[in-house]
Design a protein around this ligand. Structure first.
Ligand code: XAN
Length: 446
């Protein structure tokens, strides 16, 4: 596969001049290149267009890679990250999550949390995030402002919930629809290319069919994304069956409402049936795989291999605060580990194969790298803009470095490109991310 790379390299390496860059590229075997003096807005940056057969440019123990994509994160739950893992999903929502989310009518509190979650995710290399906020329109706009100020690419959803909610935190159908329309108008009026609204029915337990259908119509009217949760936990699935006895499955509840589109992201999908997997593939809807959350809330292990083999789009999600970490690097490590664990606890055939030393359900580091970048972009239907360095896409990129003593990865000898990537994926953390670019703008520099 040939990949084209376009980058503003001199802002990463100010000491390198064009001649020196050409030498470096030739040493790397990159022959076809076009170094033009891209003096954009008077700046001294150079555009490098090079042909290379991988998704990376490597400079000794540093490399540039596409930005990380977090396909599922509850920005408002960040204060609870690392807390409350003594209850499974439904109890956890009641005891820890809803009381926290109710606080976001306080805009000062909202600003404090939202500024910090956007800063933290950018520091961890998340150039694109698909956020849930809360039911509050003004609070959701505070999140939008933080994202715009700090320069992240994002989808932002005001949460909808009109049934089975606590008295202190919920909406009527009318207010839910009115406020969602209001939120869409406010956000679209910002005319910001990087931040867009996403329709956000929380899940089938807290939204009735009428609300879900109306929300699907709004998504259609504005041609915008939809996000929700599906089949995360066994008790959740039973409750959905009780609430919608005429529907064949959890998936068909959303399908009947018109919520399954090629711009729909469904978090978890841990316990999907074969029919539901086929339905999602047919609708081109995506699953956000959140392995850390699935462990902490004891939900189960998602069979990502099965989803991919059946043509379902998959990206990775931190799922703060079901997941404890705001870092997609840590989620990559979780995805690698949980796919291996699945080999030993899935069906009899997988177990037998695992005991023989074969692990077809295990994801390798290249597959997980894909899920965190281009896979995430596909899950968000943004693959024409982000996910790799193909010419014509926006320059969302990370400069990963293993040079300094602060790096959790020590480099003792020359490693091949693939080895450096593996080192970063298995051992790395946000200290390895020296620079973050979103659409060519430098948004983190260490
Ligand atoms: O992990 C989750 N986090 C949530 O906030 C939530 N709401 C419904 N289902 C959910 N799952």
């Amino acid at each position: 596969m040939t990949v084209y790379i376009t980058c503003l390299l001199t802002s990463c390496f100010p000491s390198l001049d064009t001649r020196r860059l050409k030498e470096v590229f030739l040493k790397l075997g990159i022959k076809e290149m076009d170094l033009n003096d891209g003096k954009q807005n008077g700046s001294q940056s150079y555009y490098i267009i090079a042909k290379y057969n991988e998704d990376f440019l490597i400079f000794f123990s540093e490399f540039l890679m596409p930005g990380l994509v977090d396909t599922h994160i509850h920005a408002c739950q960040y204060p609870n990250a690392g807390l409350g893992y003594d209850r499974p999903l439904l109890g956890w929502l009641e005891e820890y999550t809803f009381p926290l989310e109710a606080k976001y009518s306080d805009l000062k509190f909202a600003k404090k949390v939202y500024d910090s979650v956007v800063r933290k995710t950018l520091d961890c290399g998340t150039t694109t995030a698909c956020y849930f906020s809360t039911i509050h329109t003004n609070g959701s706009m505070v999140l939008v402002e933080s994202i715009i100020e700090q320069g992240q690419r994002a989808l932002v959803g005001k949460v909808n919930m009109n049934t089975n909610h606590p008295d202190y935190y919920g909406e009527t159908t009318e207010s839910s629809l009115k406020e969602t329309q209001n939120f869409i108008d406010l956000l679209l009026n910002k005319k910001n290319d990087l931040v867009k609204p996403v329709i956000t029915p929380r899940f089938a337990i807290t939204c009735d069919m009428k609300l879900m259908k109306e929300l699907a119509s709004l998504a259609k009217k504005y041609d915008i994304h939809i996000q929700t949760h599906i089949s995360e936990n066994i008790k959740e699935i039973s409750f959905v069956k009780e609430l919608f006895p005429d529907q064949e499955s959890y998936g068909s509840v959303y399908d009947s409402a018109g919520l399954l589109t090629n711009k729909t992201i469904l978090a978890h999908g841990v316990h999907l049936s074969d029919e539901e997997i086929k339905l999602l593939a047919d609708r081109k809807s995506a699953i956000s795989h959140c392995p850390l959350s699935n462990s902490h809330l004891k939900s189960g292990i998602c069979n990502v291999r099965k989803l991919l083999q059946n043509g379902v789009k998959v990206g990775l999600g931190t799922d703060i605060s079901g997941g404890c970490s705001p870092s997609i690097i840590q989620v990559m490590q979780g995805a690698l580990a949980s796919s291996v664990h699945l080999c030993f606890c899935c069906d009899e055939e997988s177990k037998e194969l695992a005991y023989e030393g074969e692990y077809p359900l295990a994801l390798d580091y290249q597959e997980v790298f894909y899920l965190a970048t281009l896979g995430g972009a596909e899950a968000l239907a943004m693959e024409d803009k982000i996910g790799n360095f193909k010419v014509g896409k926006d320059f969302d990129a990370l400069l990963v470095s293993m040079k300094d003593s602060s790096s959790p990865v020590d480099i003792h000898m020359p490693y091949e490109t693939k080895e450096l990537i593996q080192k970063f994926m298995y051992l790395g953390d946000d200290r390895n991310i020296k620079k973050v670019f979103v659409s060519g703008r430098l948004v983190k520099s260490l």
